[in-house]
Every structure is written in C-alpha cells, then in structure tokens.
Write a protein that binds this ligand. Structure first.
Ligand code: NAD
Length: 544
C-alpha cells in the first residue's frame, strides 16, 4: 500500500516519500532535491549543531538539519526588524495580495505539503488536509477582512468640534511564533498571516520534529511575493525558543500549559505581549434526546481525529444515563471499526502518534487508569503491527476521579465515559478541570444546548459538532480560558493581539490653552464655576 501511494504521490508532483525495501515497514526517504532548498532556508551558522528527525510511520530517520544558535536567532530578528519597517509602510491592500496568493499556492501545491505533513507527523491524509483547508481559509479571510480590522476609528473628543480623536492600530514590530508539532502547517501560519497583514515581521520557531513543514510554509510565502526577511524560520528546541523570546516584540506561543507558563513569565519580565494557546481536557455532553445512530459518527470524529493529537479534541464523554447503554455500545462498535494505516492517501481514518514520547504518555495514562480499576471498552493496546507509534483508539469506562487520564491532557486517542442524570451534573463534570479550551454539547433541543453552553467555562463551545465548525469559523475568536491560555486567534482577535493601539488627538483650537490660563487668571472660584456650568451643559446634551 505504501509503495503504490508513494508512486501516486510522485506522479502527481508531490514530495514523494520513496520506499526503502530493506526496512520491514518501509522507510520514507525524502528526495535530496526537495530537502536541500528547504533546509537551506534555516537561519543558522557554521557549528550550531544538527537535529535528526524521524518518520513516525516507520521510526526511521527522515532528515538531519542544522539548528539555530542563540546568535542566529538574534540575527534573524535583526533582519526581520529591518524588513518590517518598509513592509509596515505599504498599503494594507498590497500586504493582503500576498495572503491571497499564498492561499492559492497552498491549494495548488497541496500534495507536496500533504506528503511533508504526513511524513513528519504520521497523521492520516484526512487530518493533513484539514491543515490545507484551514490555511486557505485563514489566508482568504485576512486578505478580504484585514483592511476593515485595521481601519482607524474616530471617537468623540474632550471638547466637541475642538478635538479630533483617532485611534489607530500599529504593528508591534517582530512577532516571535513558537509552535508544536501536531498541526505544523496551521500552527506555522495561522498567527503569522494576520501578523504579516498587520505590518509585522515574523520569526517562527517550529517544533524540531516538524521543521520541514514550517520551511515549506516559508517557501510558499516567498513564492507568494513576501519580501525577504519578513518570515524566517529558526530551528531547534527549547533553547531556540527561549532565545527568540529575548529579542521579539510579541510572542505568539502554542503548546503545553507547562511551557506556556514559562513563556508568559519571561514575556512578563520583558514587558512584551504574549498570546498563549495551550492545552485542554475537553468534554462533550451527549443529552438523552439525541438520535444515537445519527450522532455517533460525528462524536467518534470529535474524539479521534488526528489520533487525538488535537488541542480541541474530546477526551471526556459525558453521557446522559437515559441513553448511556445504547450510546456506549454503538460508539464502541464504531471506534473498533476505525482503520489505522500509514497510507499516503485518504484510506486511513487514523494515523500514527507522532513520537515515542507521545506513545509513552498515552500508554502510561491508560495503564494508570487500568491499575485503578478502569475498564477498556475498545483499544487499550499499542499497534506495533501497523507502525512503531500507532495506538488503538481507546474507550475507557469506570475511570476513577484520581486517575491521571481523568485530570491531565492525554493528547492521544483515548476517551473516558462519565454518566450523568441531568444538565446540571453535566455542567459540573465538564467544568471540573483546570483547563478551559473547548467543549461540545449534543442535543436536539438547541435552545437547551445553548443554555448549557452559557454555563461552560471554555473559550469555545460547539453545539451538535465536535470542533470542525468552531475551528473553521475563522471570523470568530478561538482561545482558551483558565489554564488553556490567554488571548485568542482568528477574526479580529489576532489583529488586536498582534497590534498596538495609538491615539492621535488633534486640537482644532490652538488658543484653548491660553483661554484656560485666562480663565484661571480671573482668580477665586470663578474658573471652577464656569467650568462646572460647561460640564453641566455637556451632561444635559448627553455629550460623552
Ligand atoms: P511544548 O510546550 O512542549 O512545545 C511547544 C513548542 O515550544 C515547541 O516548539 C518547543 O520546542 C517549544 N519550547 C519548549 N520549551 C520551551 C521554552 N522553555 N521556551 C520557549 N519555547 C519552548 O508542547 P508539545 O507538548 O510539544 O505540544 C502539545 C501541546 O500543545 C498540547 O498541550 C496541546 O494541547 C497544545 N496545543 C494547543 C493548541 C491551542 O490552540 N490551544 C494548538 C495545538 C497544540
């Protein structure tokens, strides 16, 4: 299967993983002609060291590339700063043109990007395609709406007619983006595109495992006409990330809550802005009025897309006990039917976990739950027969509250079942977590579902959907509450977070100062009486 799909990919002009027949599961080897120009984009100098990433489908080496030293990172920010000054002076419309072209490029060259994303993350092609669709949509959204988001506003002045007040949005300068490996194209670009549109430059530090996809994004922006220096990729792990925070004007961080706290602390010391998109322990409530057969496929997808390695993935199912037996039986049957495969085509439902670390974490969470008395209804096993990091989609029941899987983010294909007997209890269970990223409510009674949503402590709530419509509604902000983050992305939120406000007040009466001096020159309480009368008139006329 791998052989055929690699050949198909090559025929369609894709990057083309080539199969190494020596390896039992096949080794995807990227063509040097594809790799070299990408790797050459890394901001690095002699002797900074190297990193070797592996292909999760096989566990075999994928690419070795140079990493960026702290000096390399600093030099990238300097280059970005120089380029940004000219870029910020261009009309928004010109900057929007780059985003329009980028959106087209991502759609046209999708097979290249899909191969790279799959080979670096081990995800299914369906999950990889979500990234293509997302970036095409985000690029178009900001290209079309950006000018409106950035428009200056006129507001009332201190003295009507005598003060002209404008509030402008100015770029912050250089944005440092730090991203994880789970959606490498989306997380390389979804903050970078509004940042660039707003007149900023961006220096991106992707996770080392998915550096090639980030470099592909840089190449695509280049081809879309972005001037040199405005989007650069530095390579490496935490050291490169820490170095980046030292030099940029704003940090847009996506990753775990533990790292997010460190990033926020350093950004706080430097007094730079930080947007933090962090972890979650998302819950989905199934009310008793649903049509079970109709809802099961969507709920399976909500839990297991991208093998659960998705920030808005559902890890806790909260099911009304009136339908729990029927729902759980049908849900488990559907989960057992999911197809796992390393195919570079659309035949797999679920791909691999991305790393040994992910496999270890998932295994540890499941083992801990079992040791505490939980029951496995589906999965619960490492699928080494499919690939080294594949794990069967897993459903756990009777999970005690103290189990790690009940409280901590697993970030894998594991979901727990909790039964409740009313909406009130469902809300209590859903909110019983330090996280507040995303939740979902499924009910035929939409007003009821909206009432439940209003009581849930998360930045987004999907009704009768898992996450697709919420993530894809790019005009609306999405971001975490509580330990899931600060700030938001999409819509106006990204522009607000990645710009600074500047108020410019033009006084139309150059003699106002002299008039006030003359007034105070009258002495006694005359000035305050005159000003009190003027303020009273303004109140009566409802002037603000
Ligand atoms: P992580 O926090 O370990 O790493 C994320 C990035 O931060 C990587 O590029 C890493 O190299 C870098 N980094 C690590 N330590 C750093 C430091 N001290 N200073 C600066 N940079 C540092 O995250 P992970 O575990 O690899 O990614 C998975 C996590 O990301 C999950 O918790 C998931 O929920 C979260 N996530 C959240 C969203 C969202 O939008 N809320 C989206 C995707 C993933």
């Amino acid at each position: 299967m791998i052989d055929d799909t690699a050949a198909d990919a090559a025929a369609s002009g894709a990057v083309g993983g080539v199969l190494d027949p020596e390896h039992p599961q096949g080794t995807f080897v990227l063509e040097p002609g594809v790799m070299a120009p990408l790797v050459a984009r890394i901001a690095t100098s002699e002797g900074s060291g190297t990193h070797r990433s592996m292909c999760p489908f096989t566990g075999a080496p994928l690419v070795t590339f140079p990493v960026s030293s702290a000096d390399d990172v600093a030099a990238s920010v300097v280059r970005a700063r120089v380029a940004q000054r000219t870029w910020a002076r261009l009309p928004v419309r010109d900057r929007a043109g780059v985003l329009q072209r980028l959106g087209r490029i991502v759609l046209e060259r999708q097979s290249e990007a899909l191969d790279l994303i799959q080979l670096e993350t081990g995800k299914s092609r369906r999950a990889a395609f979500e990234e293509i669709a997302d970036i095409a949509q985000v690029a178009r959204h900001y290209a079309v709406r950006g000018e409106r988001y950035l428009a200056s506003r006129r507001v009332g002045g201190m003295v009507p007619l005598l003060a002209g007040v404008q509030v402008h949005r100015r770029p912050v300068g250089v944005v440092g983006a730090i991203s994880p490996w789970n959606y490498p194209l989306v997380l390389a670009l979804s903050e970078a595109l509004p940042a660039l549109l707003a007149g900023n430059a961006v220096v991106l530090k992707p996770d080392p495992q998915t550096t090639l996809t980030a470099l592909w994004a840089a190449e695509a922006l280049d081809d879309a006409g972005l001037p040199a220096g405005l989007f650069q990729v530095v390579a490496g792990g935490p050291d490169a990330g820490e170095a980046l925070i030292e030099h940029v004007d704003h940090v847009a961080f996506t990753g775990s809550t533990a790292t997010g706290r460190k990033v926020a602390a350093r950004a706080g010391e430097r007094l730079i802005g930080a947007t933090l998109e962090l972890g979650g322990k998302n819950a989905l409530y199934v009310a008793e009025d649903v049509d079970v057969d109709a809802v099961v496929p969507g709920i399976v997808r909500a839990c297991f897309s991208n093998a659960g390695q998705l920030c808005v993935s559902v890890e806790r199912l909260v099911v009304h006990e009136a339908i729990a037996d029927e729902f759980v039986a049908k849900f488990v049957r559907a989960v057992r039917n999911l197809r796992l495969s390393p195919a570079l085509d659309y035949s797999a439902d679920i791909g691999s976990l991305t790393s040994a670390a992910q496999l270890d974490k998932v295994t540890a969470h499941v083992d801990d739950a079992l040791a505490r008395g939980a029951r496995v209804l589906a999965g619960g096993v490492h699928r080494a027969d499919v690939g080294p990091y594949f794990y069967a989609p897993t459903v756990l029941d009777d999970v005690p509250a103290q189990a790690v899987v009940a409280r901590e983010e697993t970030f894998g294909p594991v979901v727990t079942i909790t039964r409740v007997d009313c909406d009130e209890d469902a809300v209590t269970v859903i909110n019983d977590t330090p996280y507040g990223l995303h939740a979902a409510v499924w009910s035929r009674d939409v007003p009821r579902a909206r009432r439940v949503a209003a009581r849930i402590e998360t930045g987004s709530v999907a009704i009768n959907d898992g996450y697709t419509m919420t993530w894809g509604s790019v005009s609306a902000p999405i971001g975490g509450w509580k330990a899931s983050g600060l700030g938001g992305r999409h819509g106006a939120a990204s522009i607000t977070g990645l710009t600074r406000q500047q108020t410019v007040v033009t006084s139309r009466g150059t003699r106002i100062g002299a008039t006030l001096d003359n007034l105070y020159g009258l002495g006694g309480d005359t000035p305050s009486r005159v000003l009190t009368t003027a303020l009273g008139v303004m109140r009566k006329l409802r002037m603000s």
